[in-house]
Design a protein around this ligand. Structure first.
Ligand code: CAA
Length: 259
């Protein structure tokens, strides 16, 4: 991998987009590496949480690579969008929980990849924007769809039409960021959150992720039906027996095995 760093430890995969000279902008090669790397991670039972971040202290991801897009044809532009859709889709659909540790600029494709993650933790210096309309294009890595679902249509339209850059506190206020922490504490904060998630039953967490994701794209009644079915499915696990038995035995220690 030329553009990614991967460190797997204690159930957590720390995946760093590493193109510091272009503030971690996403070119096709990086998107392709993300696709391959995430499809490998999603098959691993020993990884329960993925933390995605950018290298350096200034930028998470400063967007799609403008130097690659400037001379791209419509067919090439569309291929880039499809590649991002596939790569980002892993973050959204993988059974593991994905946390974006937004350590600086999250612009265009950077804001978009953070929104494909389940949770966004922003450092105090983080800045979010969808600057595409100022480049003569529109958000193409999910921004028009995921931003409106996260913060509502009105706010999404305002951010996309104006290209305004917002700081971490404003991102928190509108629900784009789950939490704002000092930059020096960002990765530890995300790891601690991962630790709290990993104390729970992995299949329960994965099924809840599926119910929330699929359910929020459908009508309430279909979502509730899906939830009832997945709820039933969780009763087939050994972890359900363990979690409930531990409660009844007033035992704090639980031994979840992911089965
Ligand atoms: N693509 C390619 N290169 C980029 C880049 C990007 N998105 N963002 C930054 N860089 C490069 C710069 O060209 C510069 O390279 P050189 O040193 O070779 O000149 C280097 O990174 C450092 O950037 P700056 O000198 O501009 O740093 P700064 O501190 O003055 O500004 C910034 C930082 C505000 C993030 C500014 O770089 C910027 O505005 N970047 C572009 C942001 C943007 O428009 N992103 C959206 C891209 S379009 C998109 O993402 C489409 C989509 O929907 C997928």
């Amino acid at each position: 991998m030329n553009n990614l760093l991967l460190e797997i430890q204690n159930g957590i995969a720390l995946l760093t987009i590493n193109r510091p000279k272009s503030l971690n902008a996403l070119n096709s090669e990086t998107l392709s590496e993300l696709d391959t790397c995430l499809s490998e991670i999603e098959k691993r039972d020993d990884v329960k949480v993925v933390i995605l971040t950018g290298s350096g202290e200034k930028s998470f991801v400063a967007g799609a690579d403008i130097s690659e897009m400037v001379n791209a044809t419509p067919v090439e532009g569309s291929a880039m969008g499809q590649l991002a859709r596939k790569a980002f889709g892993h973050l959204e659909e993988m059974p593991q929980v994905t946390i974006a540790a937004v350590n600086g600029y999250a612009l265009g494709g950077g804001c978009e990849i953070s929104m494909a993650c389940d949770i966004r933790i922003a450092s105090e210096n983080a800045k979010f924007a969808q600057p595409e309309c100022g480049l003569g294009i529109l958000p193409g890595f999910g921004g028009t769809q995921r931003l409106s679902r996260l913060v509502g249509k009105g706010r999404a339209k305002e951010l996309i039409f104006t290209c305004d850059m917002i700081d971490a506190q404003e991102a928190y206020r509108i629900g784009l960021a789950n939490k704002v922490v000092p930059l020096a504490e960002l990765i530890d904060y995300c790891k601690a959150m991962a630790g709290r998630i990993m104390k729970n039953a992995p299949i329960g967490v994965a099924l809840a992720k599926e119910a929330i994701n699929t359910g929020s794209d459908t009508d309430l009644n279909s979502g509730l039906k899906l939830e009832a079915n997945l709820f039933g499915l969780s009763f087939s696990t050994q972890d359900k027996k363990e979690g409930m038995t531990a409660f009844l035995e007033k035992r704090k220690e639980k031994h979840f095995i992911g089965k």
